[in-house]
Design a protein around this ligand. Structure first.
Ligand code: ADP
Length: 264
């Protein structure tokens, strides 16, 4: 469609120029289509809890007015819906920030094992309430690299949180750190963090799209667990900023391993 419009508009330009402009137009068209999709998605994601809130307000004003038990139950649901909206707005702001910083080289000198340990500790209450055991294996001694420590903490928080959430009760999450002088993917000194769970796994058809905003492999489960659908999109942008890579290996029925590869 884009091609036809362009050809009608500028018929007389030579082949080479045509191709160049054509690609440009396609790019602009794609970018504005993505923006429209994004706004539609955000509106939908916000409207769902908002509609629920409005419904409960009406019920509390009317039929449930004198019913103390129903009132408490509805207020509990309303608090959950408001929390969902709050998490969504928080993730949108994070996404905005990490996207705007993507081209700025991070520059903190940090130690990865300690950062992972403290991220794991802050997720311990979640793991305990989900009855998931989290373990870590790392090389002896410090693993140093240059990065943005707040953002990398967010990467590992999102990935470990997903592993706990989707892994489910009675599962295990194993975090492994591997450092090498010549990583086969980075072709130089790099560190790999592998986060494995014993959850349901992810069907191969979903893997290429997992880091798209609002893409969910299992929409029902994500919503049930309070997911915003933005966690892996945020992870992707932060890893890009660190010139790293994200890999996912998954087998349905067995579990998933998310692998973060960072240059050292
Ligand atoms: P959400 O907020 O929905 O968890 P994410 O961007 O973090 O969003 O993840 C995108 C989707 O990828 C999830 O909805 C889920 O379907 C799938 N997913 C992510 N991590 C895992 C995992 N460890 N096991 C199974 N599915 C996962």
């Amino acid at each position: 469609e884009v091609e036809c419009r362009y050809m009608n508009g500028v018929g007389a330009v030579s082949g080479g120029a045509m191709l160049a402009i054509f690609q440009d137009v396609t790019h602009v068209e794609q970018a504005s289509q993505m923006r429209r999709d994004f706004v539609a998605n955000v509106s939908h994601e916000l409207r769902t809890p908002l509609t629920a809130l409005m419904g409960f307000i009406e019920t509390l004003r009317g039929p449930a007015r004198e019913d103390a038990v129903a009132r408490d139950r509805f207020l509990g649901i309303m608090a959950d819906e408001a929390n969902r909206m709050n998490r969504l707005v928080g993730d949108l702001l994070s996404l905005n920030r990490v996207e705007s910083e993507e081209r700025v080289r991070p520059k903190d000198q940090l130690e990865l094992t300690g950062l992972l340990q403290s991220t794991m500790n802050s997720l311990r209450p979640l793991a305990e309430s989900a009855k998931v055991e989290v373990t870590m294996n790392a090389p002896e001694g410090p693993v140093s690299l240059i990065g943005d420590s707040d953002q990398l903490r967010q990467v590992f928080t999102n990935l470990i949180e997903n592993a706990i959430k989707y892994g489910g009760s009675g599962g295990r999450v194993d975090i492994r750190v591997e450092s090498s002088e010549r990583d086969s993917v980075m072709r130089g000194p790099a560190v790999r963090v592998l986060i494995s769970d014993t959850g349901p796994g992810i069907d191969a058809q979903h893997l290429p799209r997992l880091t798209e905003r609002f893409y969910r492999a299992d929409s029902h489960r994500s919503r049930q667990l309070g997911g915003t659908g933005l966690g892996l999109a945020i992870v992707k942008h932060i890893i890009n900023r660190h010139r790293g890579r994200l890999r996912v290996e998954s087998e349905v029925g067995k579990g998933s391993t998310f692998i973060v590869i960072l240059p050292r």
